[in-house]
Design a protein around this ligand. Structure first.
Ligand code: PBG
Length: 330
């Protein structure tokens, strides 16, 4: 028998053949851009660049609505909102204010674009003056159970404003169950929860903390976010959130965590989201700006790899660019 009988290259010979046997699909509908909204709307839309996230801006509410129109026109299914409040305090009380930045933004978006999904990040770090994701005990540690009560209030206020998916990112224990009960009690039985289940204490959140002004003023988040060395624990976190009523689970960050996207997908059997975080975006933008790599090819390869790992949904700052590139391809 002539060697080699099996030639893997046969099915790689043309674009049509490669397209015929491609295993993984990436569509704009899989992508969700995170958007930063600022409080205190001026009469005209305002946009403020973020130095460490080139191409991403802090948006006033009217600029957010403009941006959402563009995003929806590209076939993107939803946006993830992060609020930058005008005032912060020890408890993060502006996070559950009915007239707060997120609540106002959600109402504006749902009025303008009822079909575009609005996902809201539920956390206190952008709203507390100390920058931690919950309230502090006297000894400076984050008080889990007191924080969970406040997070449930935040979640209900988002649902009342019209949020389509509630996404808690604080990493307190028991918050998914508490949020589910609070939503149900207030009549929001049909509002799903996307839990940031396996969220790691990562070096890749730096640009986000610049953008949102949410860096902790002392210490770090290792007392509540996960140790990047732990994979079995990530699966345990996801299964706990499933038991507490999560409808979807998330792994965050994404690029160094493909093994866990796969493991969480297998064990949870829920739809899985991967969060391609700010530092991951900034790395690609910096390398592309320096001429070290082809941004378009690199971004589409990264996003496809996350889909291949098992992500149903990808939260990414590349969403708009990628959706445009995907439209040009087809
Ligand atoms: C809030 C939150 C953070 C991110 C998403 N939600 C920051 C953090 O945990 O410090 C990071 C997102 C990103 O880096 O793009 N807790």
């Amino acid at each position: 028998m002539a060697f080699p009988q099996t030639r893997m290259r046969r099915l790689r010979a043309s674009a049509s053949l490669r397209g015929l046997v491609r295993e993984t699909e990436l569509r704009p509908g899989h992508l969700v851009p995170p958007l930063f909204v600022t409080e205190g709307d001026s009469a005209s839309p305002a946009r403020e660049p973020i130095v460490s996230l080139p191409g991403v801006e802090r948006l006033s509410i009217s600029a957010l609505v403009d941006e959402a129109h563009e995003v929806a026109a590209l076939g993107i299914a939803g946006v993830m909102l992060f609020g930058i409040p005008a005032a912060k305090d020890a408890e993060g009380s502006s996070a559950w204010d009915e007239e707060g930045v997120i609540q106002t933004a959600v109402r504006a978006l749902k009025r303008a674009l009822p079909d575009l999904l609005v996902l809201t990040d539920v956390c206190l770090c952008e709203y507390t003056d100390h920058g931690h994701c919950g309230v502090l005990r006297e000894d400076g540690a984050v008080d889990n159970d007191a924080s969970v009560e406040l997070l449930a209030r935040v979640a209900v206020s988002h649902a009342r404003a019209g949020a389509d998916l509630i996404a808690p990112s604080d990493m307190m224990d028991g918050r998914v169950g508490a949020i589910r009960s609070a939503l149900d009690e207030e009549g929001f039985t049909d509002t799903p929860i996307l839990a940031y289940s396996a969220k790691f204490a990562s070096a890749f959140y730096g640009p986000f903390r610049d953008a949102a002004g949410s860096a902790p003023s002392f210490g770090d988040r290792r007392g509540y976010q996960m140790d990047p060395a732990n994979g079995r624990e990530a699966v345990r976190e996801a299964l706990l959130d499933v038991a507490e009523g999560a409808d979807m689970v998330m792994v965050k960050p994404a690029l160094a965590y493909g093994d866990l996207i796969r493991a969480v997908k297998r064990s949870s059997r829920l739809p899985v989201a991967a969060y391609n975080v700010s530092g991951e975006y900034a790395m690609v933008k910096a390398a592309a700006a320096a001429g070290y790599l082809d941004e378009r090819a690199a971004v589409l390869e990264i996003l496809t790899s996350l889909r291949r790992a098992g992500a149903d949904v990808i939260v990414t700052y590349h969403a708009k660019d990628a959706a445009q590139w995907l439209a040009q391809q087809s």
